[in-house]
Design a protein around this ligand. Sequence first.
Ligand SMILES: [Zn+2]
Length: 110
Amino acid sequence: MAYVWRIRKKRAKRLLNEILETGYFVNCNFHPVRLTEYGWNKWDHDVDGIALTNGGKCSCCLVNCVPEPITERVAMEMAYVWHTEGDKGLAVRYGGYTPEAYDEFQRMWR
Ligand SMILES: [Zn+2]
């Protein structure tokens, strides 16, 4: 267990370094987020930021959510997709959903 945790933490640290470098990441809702803060200590392995889509604040855990680092250019592209196509556009283009799977997902969670 401790061994697995060490590996996950190592991966999370690498991820944090990448996100610090680009300044942007994708959160669990497939929204592009501009990094504003991060935590790296015993209990806190989070990246916090502002979504470029709806301007909402969000926070993702580097170990559990494994947010994807993206460049500013991709972040801007994703924001544009959201403004023209909404959540579904992002989920289909960047989240690996098919349009049908996304509609199904929506039905289940509404
Ligand atoms: Zn998350």
